[in-house]
Ligand binder design. Structure first.
Ligand SMILES: [Zn+2]
Ligand SMILES: [Zn+2]
Length: 372
C-alpha cells in the first residue's frame, strides 16, 4: 500500500491539478503571452495545461475540432473550468481565446452546408458562454465558387444572427493567409464584414503574424511593422484589435501558404517577435502561440520564456543577435524547401500569364484582320 502522501498526489493529478508546474508563470506581465493548449480528458484540463507552460492567456477548442457535433459540456465540468481559471488568475472574459472548428464556413454558398456551419458556430458560442468565456476566434471562411460580395454579406448576416442568439461573447475574425475566394486575407475584407455587423461591440479582429506575412503584409522589421499597424488603424480601426496569434512563417512573403513555424525559424525571423514583446499597443491582449509543437506542449513553455526574455532587449543586443542567428540557422532547411516551391509556383504562374498574353495578342490580331 503506497504511503498516504503519494496517494493524495495521485488523486490531485487525476483531478487535473498537478502539484507543480513545469514552467514558472510570470504574473503581472502586461504582455499576455500564451498558447493553444490541449483539453484532452476534459475542458478544465486546458487551465492546468496553460499553467504548466507558464502562460498568461490561452486558446483551446471548446469541442472536438474533428466533429460537427459533440456532447454538451457538463455543468460540473464548466464549473471546474471557471473555478480553476479563478484559482490561477485567468480572467475568462479577456484571457481565454477559443478557436472555432476549422471547417465552419458561414459564407458557404450551399444552403444546407451554410446551415450546418451556422449550427456548429452558435453551438460553440454557447459553449463559450457556459464557460463564461468572453472571446471566440474563427476563420471567416470562403466564397468557394459563389459570388464574393454575396459571401461577405452572408457571413455578416450569420454573425448578426449569432449575436442575437447569444448574450455577451465577442466574435473575433482572424485574418487569413490565402487569396482568391478565401475571405479575410486583406484588411479591407474584414472591414467590409464589420461594416455590415449591426452590434459592433460584439465583433473584433485577431491578427495572425504568419497569415499576415503569407498574405503579403511584411512585418519583419520595425518600419514595416509600424506601416502594417498604420494600415490596420486606417482600414479597420484600432478599437477592433482583440488578439494576436504568434507564429513564424515557413513560407516566404506573399506565398499565400498557411504554414506556421517556430519563432525565429521562419521567413519572419526573430526580430518581429522582439518588436512584439516591446509593443505597448499589444498589452493586455491574448497573444497566442500556435507554432508547430507536435504532441509536446512544453515547447510552448520554452517559447513563452523566449518572449519574456525579448522584453526590453534592444535590437543591437549581442546575446539577442546570437539567439536570432541560432534560431534562423535551425530553420534554414525548411525555408530552402519552401522557397523552392514558391519560386516554381511563381515561374509556373508567369508562364501561364505570358501564354495567355500571347494568346490574346493572336486573337486581337485576328480580330483586326477580320475587321480589315
Ligand atoms: Zn486560426
Ligand atoms: Zn492563427
Amino acid at each position: 500500500m503506497p504511503p498516504k502522501g503519494i496517494k493524495k498526489a495521485a488523486k490531485a493529478v487525476k483531478k487535473g491539478e498537478p502539484l507543480s508546474f513545469q514552467y514558472p508563470r510570470v504574473t503581472g506581465n502586461p504582455l499576455k503571452f500564451g498558447a493553444h493548449v490541449g483539453m484532452a480528458g476534459g475542458i478544465s484540463n486546458a487551465v492546468t495545461n496553460a499553467m504548466n507552460i507558464g502562460a498568461n492567456s490561452f486558446a483551446l477548442f471548446v469541442k472536438s475540432p474533428r466533429k460537427w457535433v459533440s456532447p454538451d459540456i457538463k455543468d460540473e465540468e464548466a464549473k471546474k473550468f471557471i473555478d480553476l481559471c479563478e484559482k490561477y488568475g485567468y480572467n475568462t472574459r479577456t484571457d481565454v481565446l477559443p478557436h472555432g472548428t476549422y471547417f465552419i464556413n458561414l459564407a458557404n454558398p450551399d444552403e444546407a452546408k451554410e446551415a450546418q456551419s451556422y449550427n456548429a458556430f452558435v453551438d460553440e458560442l454557447k459553449r463559450c458562454e457556459k464557460l463564461n468565456i468572453g472571446l471566440y476566434n474563427f476563420h471567416p471562411g470562403s466564397a468557394l465558387n459563389g459570388s464574393r460580395p454575396d459571401a461577405l454579406k452572408q457571413l455578416a448576416k450569420n454573425i448578426n444572427r449569432a449575436i442575437k442568439e447569444t448574450s455577451f461573447v465577442k466574435i473575433i475574425i482572424e485574418n487569413m493567409a490565402g487569396h482568391g475566394n478565401l475571405i479575410g486575407s486583406t484588411l479591407q475584407d474584414i472591414r467590409d464584414v464589420i461594416d455590415m455587423v449591426e452590434d459592433k461591440s460584439r465583433v473584433g479582429v485577431c491578427v495572425d503574424t504568419c497569415h499576415s506575412f503569407a498574405a503579403g503584409y511584411d512585418l519583419s522589421d520595425q518600419d514595416k511593422f509600424d506601416e502594417f499597424w498604420k494600415q490596420f488603424d486606417t482600414v479597420i480601426g484600432p478599437e477592433y484589435l482583440c488578439a494576436i496569434h504568434l507564429n513564424d512563417s515557413k513560407a516566404p512573403l506573399g506565398a499565400n501558404r498557411d504554414l506556421h513555424q517556430k519563432l525565429g525559424y521562419g521567413f519572419l525571423g526573430l526580430e518581429v517577435f522582439r518588436i512584439i514583446a516591446n509593443t505597448e499597443r499589444l498589452q493586455n491582449l491574448p497573444i497566442i502561440l500556435e507554432t508547430p509543437v507536435g504532441d509536446d506542449d512544453s515547447v510552448y513553455g520554452e517559447e513563452i520564456k523566449l518572449l519574456e526574455w525579448l522584453q526590453n532587449k534592444p535590437k543591437d543586443d549581442t546575446e539577442y543577435l546570437t539567439k536570432l542567428e541560432e534560431l534562423y540557422k535551425l530553420g534554414s532547411k525548411e525555408r530552402a524547401e519552401q522557397l523552392k516551391k514558391f519560386e516554381s509556383k511563381v515561374a509556373k504562374n508567369e508562364k501561364a500569364a505570358s501564354k495567355k498574353r500571347s494568346g490574346s495578342d493572336i486573337s486581337s490580331m485576328l480580330t483586326k484582320k477580320t475587321k480589315a
